[in-house]
Design a protein around this ligand. Structure first.
Ligand SMILES: Nc1ncnc2c1ncn2[C@@H]1O[C@H](COP(=O)(O)OP(=O)(O)O)[C@@H](O)[C@H]1O
Ligand SMILES: O=P(O)(O)OC[C@H](O)CO
Length: 493
């Protein structure tokens, strides 16, 4: 029997999962890699570590089950989005570390562009807000700060890529320099209406078009892996940004369907159909995927710190030994005793877009203990999700019928019950929480005929646990009022 190999290159780890026809994981390998914080608010990764850890887990996933390239019908790639890598085409060597999506180093550049009156132009063309989150100003930073970068570009020897592009380039031995529509739509250089790199934006930012990858459908053959990597070539047949991939993996194939992923950050995406919907409430308009000759759009609420707040309790405060412990701690108290944590560690994303906001732990009294703080950290994920969900319902003009969830922190029962209580919407946890990897597998499998069509994929989706709202509207409103008050305290520049 053949499988699909999914490469899931996330912010904190590289993962490889082999899936069978039923969408079940048959082999998984994972490796954490280094986070580099050169200055407060800056975040980098080593691109060679990204590539090597990804290749290592791919080889391990095969080896541990005694499988070879012949057992793999295709590879799908999904990746942390926006993260920016530039490399020398001749040597394959990066000219600077990967500047990670969370990195705030270009916040002032974005402010300057806003002052020059470019906010609407960027929003209309790219669907995004002028923010340091996206690749565009990160690319410009490298071009302006790394010695020799512009000269290399002028000579036609510099290439840019998001992580999907970097992996495709390395897997194919430098034969293919390409990305997919969903990843292109996160660069802030891609016109989501014309489906082209936008020359006016490239001119404004002084970014040479020669460094940009070819943009391809999310489902389709990008190229073949070098025989050297897995013993024989395997077609790379799918690629999508990790949040769009999770939307696909959750079988959100119809307008109005939505999913929320609780990982390092939290990303709520709603399928909006064949035409882009502009947000009036601080959400992003983004491309979900390119499939079967057309492009599908989504609305997105991006929250920068979710599970990362739990890591902070573990690694910095040393309040907990492991993330899952928070469930028991939170359930051991009836409430947070008035404590709120707003984890604005790298500013706030949707719907506030406040790059200079900083985190706050508020409402502390003498009785507040680590149970309350752990609970407040989990609740902060649910409150931030409420904020984007509320904005999304206003944009879409309809209430959300249900919320499909996934990501590492979606294993937490307290969190999902609290989420249902605070939003008043049923929360559904699917059989597999690895929907990000699954989405890329589906996109690749569809391209090579491993799966026939979307209805075959839809049949693979099933609920493992449903959380119904139990709290009264008054109770939820009272808690939300406290949250909003705490958020306001972080918003001063
Ligand atoms: N049981 C849990 N309860 C709360 N948070 C959790 C739990 N398990 C994992 N997490 C958090 O989820 C994140 C990992 O999720 P994952 O989907 O693997 O993230 P990413 O893809 O962003 O690397 C970490 O930030 C971790 O703190
Ligand atoms: O790697 P994750 O799962 O934290 O996702 C990161 C997002 O793609 C950033 O936009």
């Amino acid at each position: 029997m053949q499988y699909i190999m999914s490469l899931d290159q996330g912010t904190t780890s590289s993962r490889c999962i082999l899936f069978d026809k039923n969408g079940a994981a048959v082999s998984t390998a994972q490796k954490e890699y280094r986070q580099i914080y050169p200055q407060p608010g800056w975040v980098e990764h080593d691109p060679m570590e990204i590539w090597q850890s990804q290749l290592e887990v791919a080889q391990k996933a095969l080896e541990q089950k005694g499988l070879t390239a012949a057992d793999i019908a295709a590879i799908g790639i999904t990746n942390q989005r926006e993260t920016t890598i530039l490399w020398d085409k001749r040597t394959g060597k990066p000219i600077y570390n990967a500047i990670v999506w969370q990195c705030r180093r270009t916040a002032e550049d974005c402010e300057e562009l806003a002052k020059k009156g470019y906010t609407d132009l960027f929003r209309e063309k790219t669907g995004l807000l002028l923010d340091a989150y996206f690749s565009a100003t990160k690319i410009r930073w490298v071009l302006n700060h790394v010695e020799g970068a512009r000269k290399l570009a002028e000579e036609g020897n510099l290439l840019f890529g998001t992580v999907d592009t970097w992996l495709i380039w390395n897997l194919t031995g430098g034969q293919v320099h390409a990305t997919d529509y969903s990843n292109a739509s996160r660069t802030m250089l891609f016109n989501i209406h014309t489906l082209q790199w936008d020359t006016e934006i490239l001119d404004i930012l002084d970014i040479p078009p020669s460094i940009l990858p070819k943009v391809m459908p999310s489902s389709g053959v990008f190229g073949q892996t070098l025989p050297f990597h897995f013993g024989a070539p395997i077609p790379i047949a799918g690629a999508a940004g990790d949040q769009q991939s999770a939307l696909f993996g959750q079988a959100c194939f119809t307008p109005g369907s939505a999913k929320n992923t609780y990982g390092t950050g939290c990303f709520l995406l709603m399928h909006t159909g064949d035409a882009p919907v502009a947000s009036k409430n601080g959400l992003l308009t983004t491309i979900a995927w390119g499939l079967d000759g057309k492009v599908t759009y989504a609305l997105e609420g991006s929250v920068f710190v979710a599970g990362a707040a739990i890591q902070w309790l573990r690694d910095e405060l040393k309040l907990i030994g492991s993330a899952p412990e928070t469930e028991e701690l939170a359930m051991s108290v009836p409430d947070t005793c008035g404590v709120y944590l707003v984890p604005a560690f790298v500013g706030l994303g949707a719907p506030y877009w406040a790059p200079y906001a900083r985190g706050i732990l508020t409402g502390l009294t003498r009785g507040a203990n680590r149970n309350h703080i752990a609970r407040a950290a989990l609740e902060s994920m649910a409150y931030q999700t409420y904020d984007v969900l509320h904005a999304m319902e206003e944009d879409a003009g309809i209430p959300l019928a249900e919320l499909r969830v996934d990501g590492g922190a979606a294993a937490n029962n307290f969190l999902l019950q609290f989420q249902a209580d605070i939003t008043g919407v049923p929360v559904l946890r699917p059989k597999t929480l690895e929907t990000t990897a699954l989405g890329a597998a589906y996109l690749a499998g569809l391209a090579v005929g491993y799966w026939k069509d979307l209805s075959e994929i839809r049949r693979n989706w099933g609920v493992s646990h449903a959380y119904s709202p139990k709290a009264s509207k008054e109770e939820a409103a009272e808690k939300l009022e406290g949250w909003q008050k705490a958020v306001r305290q972080t918003l001063t520049k």
